[in-house]
Design a protein. Sequence first.
Length: 134
Amino acid sequence: MDGLYVKLRRDTVEKEVIYVVLGVNEEGYREILDFFVGGQESAYGWREILQQLYKRGVKEVPLGVFDGLPGLEEAFKAVYPKADVQRCVVHKVRNTLSRVRKKDQFEMAEDLKLIYRSPNKEIALEMFQQFESK
């Protein structure tokens, strides 16, 4: 789940959000489950979209992955209370790199990849410990 801001021409050209909900099928392929255009991204908007998905038959969701928009996790859990939630790695990395000097960003991004692309938890923890010691 993510909101993508694009310039849209209506009466004037304004940036508006396109809400996008992707699902991953049993073969591992991504599918667009829903999208909605308009306004500013909000937890209320996401809740409306999730409720529509539920009404259309998406009754069980094992995992929701999204950014840190305030209220989004609560909106998701209101519709899918049994689902686990995870913060999107891309958003975490972007937020982290925005707090690092430009000259250090590439090296840090490479170090972070070693953590989040690890094949298992043990290796990820080992990579994290190496990262911490730098």
